[in-house]
Design a protein around this ligand. Structure first.
Ligand code: SAM
Length: 212
């Protein structure tokens, strides 16, 4: 993700607390109150500019969505989409995924989406990959029992690494597509990166895995 300096981003995020949750640690164990219902909560980790999470929320009104993104200069584009869409079932957290335990108790989250996560190809950066063991431990600690991770990428190396990481962790591999756009998978909602890289002719890989 190329970062553009947007000095106004912080102020804009703070101006919309109904969409960008301030002090999310206050809602740990009680996210239903934030949405005003007890629908399942799905989160996208590394939501980027928010196309996927906004369109998922529009398509699935009985699911609550949270987009998690580290950089304010990126998440502000997701906020612009939410303001436009006027949906009540999607919100954003401007936080680091390594700290998700601070914001979610065991069982708060029903599903995690990882879309086009940064590949960090160098071995010495392995710990930063969002499918590294320490992140899987975090996901297990916040998901419901038998909770799922749905993962998409165009990066073959990251996909293969992630399948091995999931498998070594004992996750059940429920669904694997080595060419999502030429598969029978229905209802795919594309992310910004997916649009960009599939237009270039890159294959899209996708899997669904489940904690046991
Ligand atoms: N999911 C979007 C898509 O498919 O278009 C964005 C993909 S982009 C390559 C990866 C995003 O993950 C970036 O916006 C990055 O800032 C975010 N990210 C990476 N590590 C993160 C972390 N530890 N916590 C929160 N966000 C993170």
């Amino acid at each position: 993700m190329r970062l553009r300096n947007k000095p106004w981003a912080k102020d804009m995020l703070q101006a919309y607390p109904q969409y960008v949750i301030p002090s999310p640690e206050q809602h740990r164990g009680n996210w239903g109150a934030v949405f005003g219902n007890d629908h399942p909560l799905h989160i996208e980790v590394g939501t980027g500019k928010g196309k996927f999470i906004t369109e998922m929320a529009a398509a699935n009104p009985h699911i609550n969505y949270l987009g998690i993104e580290l950089y304010d200069s990126v998440i502000v584009s997701a906020l612009e989409k939410l303001i436009e869409a006027e949906l009540s079932n999607v919100k954003l957290l401007n936080v680091n995924a390594s700290e998700l335990r601070k914001y979610f108790a065991k069982g708060d989250v029903s599903r995690i989406y990882l879309n086009f996560s940064d590949p960090w190809p160098k071995k010495r950066h392995e710990k930063r990959r969002l499918t590294f063991k320490s992140f899987l431990e975090i996901y297990e600690d916040i998901l419901v029992d038998k909770g799922e991770i749905h993962f998409k990428t165009d990066n073959q190396g990251l996909f293969e690494y992630s399948l091995l990481s999931f498998s070594a962790f004992g996750l059940l591999l429920k669904y694997i597509s080595l060419d999502l756009h030429n598969s029978d998978f229905e209802g795919n909602i594309m992310t910004e990166y997916e649009e960009k890289f599939s237009k270039k002719g890159n294959r899209i890989y996708r899997c669904e895995v489940q904690f046991r």
